[in-house]
Ligand binder design. Sequence first.
Ligand SMILES: [Zn+2]
Length: 861
Amino acid sequence: MNSATTAQQLCVSVYGLLLLLLAFLFLSTTAAAQARRVVLVKVDGLSPDMIERFIDERDPRTGRSRLPWFKHIFYERGTRVENFYVRGMSLSGPSWSMLDTGQHLQIKGNIEFDRYTLHSYDYLNFIPFWLGHAGRVRVDMPGPETLDELGLPLLCDTYPYEQRHLSFQLYQRGTRWTTLQRGLQNRFTSRSPRELFDEWLLGFESRSIVLEQLERELLAKLGDPRLRYLDFYTADFDHATHHNRDRATHLAALQELDSLLGRIWTRIRESGTAAETALVVVSDHGTNTDERLYSQGYNLVKLLASADGGGHHVITKRRLLSDYALKSIYPLVPLITTTSDDSFYLHGESTVYPTALVDFDGNERASIHLRDSDLNILHLLLRELRRDELPAPVRRAAMAAFFATIERRHAEWQESLATLREELGALHRRIDQQRAIVAAQPKQWTKVDSDAGHDQAARRETARLDSWQTDARKYEDYARTLGNLLGLRPDNFDPSKLHIPDVIASGAMGEHNSIRQLQNYTIGLAAGGLALDADTSLDWSRSFRRLNYPRLLLDLAVRNNVQPNVGSRPVDFIAVRVPAELIRNADAEGNRVDEAVWLYGGDEKQALVLGRRDRDGKLLLRYLPVAHLTQSESGLIQFKAADWVAGLPLKIWEDRRLVVPAGAERREEWLGRWHTDLDWLRAAHLTEYSNAVVGLHEQFARHSTPATALDVPGLAADERLMRRFRRRQRSLVETDMLVLANNHWNFDVSGFNPGGNHGSFFRISTHSTLMFAGGEQTGVPRALLITEPYDSLSFVPTILALTNQLAHDAGNRLTPISISPRLPAAFPGRVIEELLPLNRRDQAPPAVIIGPTAATTGGVR
Ligand SMILES: [Zn+2]
């Protein structure tokens, strides 16, 4: 090797080194402006207003804030989002589903019932999950299972398994703790369900043991630099506010949380990763509580079971006369039946023929399914036709009415049956494929495999197979019965030989009730029995006992009102989804409406919340005051246009905190137009019902997902059928009526509720906490208060932007720079841009370059 080449080589390598160094410095600059690690503290029900109440109070003992860590971490060194709201009902199950996915709402209650099969999705119930987990049947809570089926990943899924540490939560994705897992498995498998239930219900101590262990594990894991996503969920604050409304209890619950945050913050600083770690506190809703008042309970289950309420046998998922939320979950009994003593025709048949399903979770709202009113008519007529003593003319009229009723619904039911059968065909083919997938899984797993989560991924496939097989069996039962009903013919019809459950499915609600049915709901035979009109056919109006449910519920009133500051009427308004095809003409300007919700606050006090997409796909919403909305026999929705007046549902027009944009004319003119969801949020978020217009649309609209979208070119036939099947399953859990409580009322069946509640669209319940703090490399601004309003959909994209998984492209739009193939391509929500460091996109790299040493040793100050 001669000297020239050596010099040349040396020159090249020095040059190369310089280039490398430059590239390295540049990379570390860009990499520096981000949080490499995120720690989420998820606090159920944490109201920001309650933190505000105590933050500036001095503790006489210390001379510092009563909430010193909140003050230090988030008020002095972090960023707070002052106006952060649930986009939808202020209810844990739905709200966490949006916070955990960043996608539109799919899970619409804490409990959902399938109308065809009574299958219940119990999103809050940990106990079957634990037993399933211990028995190696289940891996995930029901929430992630449902979201997986819809193709919606959780935020934690964007991190590789070995980079995340998850606590115990509603949207639990597997488990990977060791000590706790063993402890809990022993606890759960060594006890009978009954003992387990008592312990879960009463065992505050066992819950705090679990929480303490979870905290210990989190603090230990904070020392592991490979972990980039860590979360901690606690429901203790929510429990405390449900049970107590006094200041001292609220303060004590907040102080416990405050010191937890202090321990986490201190541990982060000790861990050597403080500079690149962001600590985030988020809550799923607030809480409606007032020291001077207790929330009054109204028992809707008892009402529906009474003669005045329809004499229904009622199914719930929570035990009655027990208490709230997570603690009162009955562990294993799938459904709880309240038998009506006043049933008009199903006496003694409560287990076979329940006709109402109620989810009262969240308490400030309840959701009700009623059996298709026409199934009640058929059932009543069948029972009459089976009576030997029925006079011949009445028998003839009843027969004709029976077949006329089937005929009236024939096209719809036949279509429903035919499409369901197609979908079940596809489901069976999928089951066969899934069986092969499961059979091919290894039976033994190495430690390396389980450290990478492969064993849990395999078990997830088994759980999926199990769930599909159960679905197939239950829907087939329903389809067979509906097929039998549609196959009945007048010429060979012998009701006495008929077994009623063969033609009217037991434990099924059938199709949704129309508004016409809800306003004329058949609950039994009239007192005089079947009546004939002059031409000897059945007199429909005199033969049956009917109820107008929206009116019945709204007019409920209690006589002895014990609290002068609480009204005597439990119900604020009722919300019902209206199929958009029946209401295409609702917009006077001729815009095509995609979604509609009817709000009933009395015959004169009603509204339609209408939704549509503009040419660019942007969501537009309109609130249309109406009166006397009815539905004709042909299905047509009719209503009178009404003026903006005080007392309409959501009370927007009279609310002084409504802010119409500067330059806008009178408020009714602004209110009378279509606006984007963002415009609605900005205008209304400070009003009593905050973002209810947006929230109602979110709650009732059917949102497409990656696994349910049908307008995708090139879908294989079976995939298309499976997508249709999943859409059907989501629509089958939609209830007939959402009942919203008046202020300081609740539908908790224990009847007396000493603390606060949530579930409604009231601002006090939807107003949630969102706070950030982090080391200097995270770029989280210090002592910043963001006043721009945001909702649940902003949470995930903001965390992704903060951790550099979304970045600005050349057009200054945030797009995924994916570290995970599971990251969805798009998020409907806005990133909270105020939080992101300005230098990330607008400024040149900072003059002082933070090298790798600082990044790994941490900038503890
Ligand atoms: Zn909650």
